[in-house]
Design a binder for this molecule. Structure first.
Ligand SMILES: C[S@@+](CC[C@H](N)C(=O)[O-])C[C@H]1O[C@@H](n2cnc3c(N)ncnc32)[C@H](O)[C@@H]1O
Length: 240
């Protein structure tokens, strides 16, 4: 079977059952899913989580592998990912989530604080790149803690690059810095997309960060479903 793609005057034909076919279908699915806002559909233990199901499964694999003492998350929103990470830590039997958000709305805060997993979640309100907020995050981490970081706040190139530079030093050897939503680059041309996303996106920030940081490698294992919001987003610390 062949897929024929007609895109703005461009015409391509791809065999569906090749690797290229799978990659193209996955990218197309991510585009149409973003258009239909499917990432807003899931909930985790009753709390809305803004993620694609495949990425949720991949984070589960990653957290089980790393077994962190601390997961730092930037971008909490309703608290779905914070509760999801906390639920895995609860099953593993240790650890806490430090969630940073520039605006923690009252109803989200009270939902998170009244959740049965709230004992594993600390919230900090403020910009993730504000030095004062970073100081607060660092003060809640012990030197011996195994730390994993997930960046899911403002998805502009400048902000994500700043977050990568600021949070990378917190991550333990062989643990991960997950930079989410690089697929913003793929969806700039959907009907509600923005032309500037073509350049202004986390994926470009990740590529820039990797150029200057040989101690970090993108791990393709966690992108193997290809349906993802976070291409090249799972960065492993391979050296200190
Ligand atoms: C995509 S949502 C997070 C979704 C959440 N991680 C989940 O998957 O359910 C992005 C969040 O980042 C927050 N945000 C935006 N700019 C920020 C900044 N400079 N620092 C921290 N949080 C920020 C927004 O308030 C919003 O709640």
């Amino acid at each position: 079977m062949k897929i024929k793609i007609l895109d703005d005057g461009d015409q391509r034909e791809i065999d569906l059952y090749t690797r290229e076919g799978l990659e193209e279908m996955s990218r197309l699915w991510v585009k149409t899913a973003a258009h239909h806002r499917l990432m807003y559909e899931p909930t985790w233990l009753g709390v809305p989580i803004i993620q694609l199901a495949e990425d949720i499964v991949m984070m589960q694999e990653l957290i089980y592998k790393v077994k962190p003492d601390v997961i730092v998350e930037t971008g909490v929103a309703h608290g779905g990912t914070a509760v999801f990470y906390a639920s895995l830590l609860e099953l593993i039997g240790k650890g806490k989530v430090i969630g940073v958000d520039i605006e923690i709305r009252k109803n989200n805060e009270s939902n998170i604080k009244s959740h049965f997993l709230s004992k594993r979640i600390d919230l900090i309100q403020g910009s993730s790149v504000d030095p004062e907020i970073l100081k607060q995050v660092r003060s809640r981490i012990k030197e011996t803690d195994r730390v994993l970081v997930a960046l899911d706040s403002n998805h502009s190139y400048d902000h994500v690059l700043k977050e990568l530079e600021s949070y990378a030093p917190l991550v333990s050897r062989d643990s991960y810095l997950v930079a989410m939503d690089g697929a913003q680059e793929w969806v700039w041309d959907i009907p509600a997309g923005k032309k500037e996303w073509k350049q202004d996106n986390p994926l470009r920030a990740i590529k820039e960060f990797l150029k200057d940081h040989p101690e970090w490698e993108a791990d393709p294992h966690y992108n193997r479903f290809m349906i993802t919001s976070s291409p090249l987003g799972f960065l492993r610390r391979v050296a200190v």
